[in-house]
Structures are given as structure tokens and as C-alpha cells.
Design a protein around this ligand. Sequence first.
Ligand code: SF4
Length: 378
Amino acid sequence: MSFNETFDNLSNNINANLRRFIELLSSDNDEHLDNLVNESTKTTKQNFGNTMRLFAPLYLSNECINDCTYCGFSRSNPILRVTLSVDQVLAEAKHLHEQGFRSILLVAGEHPKFVSSGYLEECIGAIKNLFPSIALEIAPMNEDEYIKLVRAGCEALVVYQETYNKKVYKELHTLGPKKDFSWRIDCPERAYNAGFRRIGIGSLFGLSDWKKEALSLAAHLDYLKRKCWAASYTVSFPRIRPSAGGFTPSHSLNDRDFIKLVCAFRICFPDVGIVLSTRESEKFRDYLFSIGITMISAGSHTEPGGYTGKGKDDLHYTIKGRRVEIQDAVDIKPCGANSATQQFEINDNRSPKEICRMLQLKDLDPVWKDWDSSILSN
Ligand code: SF4
């Protein structure tokens, strides 16, 4: 039985681990929070030592056929778009390699015409000698397509459900294949069957009640760890940031609750990687680094060509699926930029070097490379 089939009956499937997770989130007094932070810090040290893995997102394309109300890349947003050529992807990858990264996350909007599995295979082939660890955050695909991407040299797949609340999911995904909740929620299991070694899941916090969202995410993780046990897992709790379209979240997850969330996941899932992106502020990230986070991005750009300026030669608008050249877009208020529009604003602008210095001040060792496929072939 898949997670999707058990999910509607979640309240009858709360095991001891999930009961503990609920308990850890339930109290709000200062003493409880201090205890949570201490236990989470200790558990992280026991399982990960003093290490912090570093990765960088590389955006391939901001074309998208979906309308997700909260996302800057939504089809209806009149933004500057581009899909990088394979050579341009390689240039961006070389830049990140020079900065020290050996773990990369290829990100793309959902557009089968521009971001096909063939295009992704070519991108992976072009950069695989530079990056022992290549992860993908792309549109959900079927198992056969995933098998091809694993064979091409891809190690990990990241797919966030965004919200586990089916009603809210329906309201926020108004157009395109992403409307299909089940196709998305089944994605980690298809990825596992296809042979991905590492699978990342998460929720976008701010779309729905945070405690219910957290429990659903924990239940999904708990299920995957039991049923798809040979993979390793990461989990993430991105919060909404300003983006084109100007979405205003109807819910919030404040910093204090965010800390509780990190600690509860760490305590209930001691060996799971917890990922923190540059959506969070410098000060908050610096605090979280020590208490449960194990994988971070640094110096990120959330637009295609953001690291090197590549792709500017083919910038255009795509409005409701129709390509409009910049000079013909007389009715569109220009975004005031001469580069592709970013997915969201980042909140920690420090360079990878600065982040490493901060980690070392906290007695944490930055880890650029923690995986090589030769481990399996041996
Ligand atoms: S969240 Fe993903 S699928 Fe939705 S509009 Fe943004 S890029 Fe497209």
C-alpha cells in the first residue's frame, strides 16, 4: 500500500514515533524549548559529528506550465524567462566547482518542451565529471524516465509536496499537471523504485496550518524510511519568500516554532539530513547551524544564469504559455532587470567562503564532498 493510500486515514496510523513527534511540538514553554534544543544538538552530534554538508542550486530553466499561486515562475506571471543551453549549464557548473562545491542541485520549472528527460540527461552528462553528487528538483516523472536519469549519473531527487492539505493544494494549484496531488505524493516512491540513492521531501510552510503540515510530513518520512528503507533521506521546511506574483501567505511559521520543528524532526528521525536554504536570514541560519541542520546551500541564485550571467542572449517573456520577445512586450511593465527573473528572493547573501568561515567559528567542518559513485562499484 502506498503512502497516498494510507494518508487519508492518517489519524488511525499514528505509531509511537509519530506520537512522540506530536508531543514534542505540543508544549510551548521556555523550559521545554531549551530541553528540545539541547537534545537535538546532542543527537545531531552523535549522528553527524561536527560536519555540515554544502550544496548549491543551479537553475536550468524558469519556464513553467503550472500556475502555483505562491511561485514566481507561475505560468501567468509576466516574467523574464530562459532555458540554459547545455554549454551554459556547464559554465554555471564550472563556476560553482571553482567555488568548491561538489554537490549540486539542478532545479527547473515544469515545461516538458524545454526541460525534457533528454535535456536533463545531457545536462547531467556535461557536469558529472565535476560533481560526484547531482540532485534534481524538477517536475515529477514516471519511473522509466527516472531510471534514465539515475543511469545518466544522478544521485538524488528532491520533491516537496508543498502542502499535504488536499483542499489547500487544490486552491493553490490552479493550472497545469501539478494539480494532481496523488501524482506528486507518489513521486518519492517512484524515485526509490527507479534507484535514486537519496530522496528529499518537504513542505512549503505558510500555505496551511504548520502543525498539521509538520505531522503529515513526519508521517510521510516515517513511511518512506520503513517501506523504502535502502535510500537515505533529507527533509526541509522552506518558508515563503517574496517573489513575482506578490503572493501573501495565509499562515505563518514563526522562528520559535521553526526551531521546534527542526528539533522535533532531529529527535524523531536522528539519521535524516535536515536541509536549510538561503531563504532564511544570516542570523537565524547561524543559530540553526548548531542545533540540527546538516545540509546547507550558500551563495545561491534562484534564476537561470544567476552565477555567470549566461542565457541573457535568449531572454524573453512567456505569458500564458506564449513566447513574447522583449521588444514586443509593450504592455508589460518590465521587471527592471536584464536577467531572468528569480524564483524567490534569498535572505542570506553571504558567499560560500563567508559561510565556511562562520561554520568554522562554530567548530563545524564544511563538507564539500560526501558521496562518490565508486563507493558502490567497489
Ligand atoms: S512551484 Fe514549480 S511547478 Fe509551480 S510554478 Fe513554480 S516552478 Fe512551476
